[in-house]
Design a protein around this ligand. Structure first.
Ligand code: ZN
Ligand code: ZN
Length: 119
């Protein structure tokens, strides 16, 4: 089962070492802007409703995670330097938005598969 072994909060980055050996890196700003709480992400029911104003939460410059809290066995909640603390980040969600070199290269250069059979 996937769980974070260590969570370290840095000035500009949050690092999470997972039970499967993967080390994730997130920039504070991206993590803050990706906050999935109802206030930041909007209610799912609102999707499809035309909006005049795009609901993009703007994270203040230099925002940093000041505290974290484990939520059950599936998520982490962060407290931010801007006072926000209602976001719950499920492990799956965090892994999807991982910014480590390995994950970043997987996302950007998607090589066309194709093993050439030999023989
Ligand atoms: Zn939020
Ligand atoms: Zn990664």
């Amino acid at each position: 089962m996937l769980f974070p072994r260590t969570v370290s909060l840095g000035e500009s980055q949050v690092k999470i070492a997972w039970s499967d050996g993967h080390s994730s890196v997130f920039s504070n700003k991206n993590l803050r802007e990706a906050c999935p709480c109802a206030m930041c992400a909007g209610e799912p029911a609102a999707i499809g409703v035309s909006r005049m104003i795009p609901l993009i939460p703007a994270a203040p410059e230099g925002v940093a995670a000041t505290k974290y809290r484990m939520i059950g066995r599936y998520a982490i909640s962060f407290s931010w330097s801007d006072g926000h603390e209602t976001g719950i980040y499920p492990y799956d969600y965090l892994r999807q938005m991982c910014e480590c070199d390995e994950c970043a290269s997987k996302g950007s250069e998607r090589k066309q598969g194709g093993l050439i059979p030999t023989g």
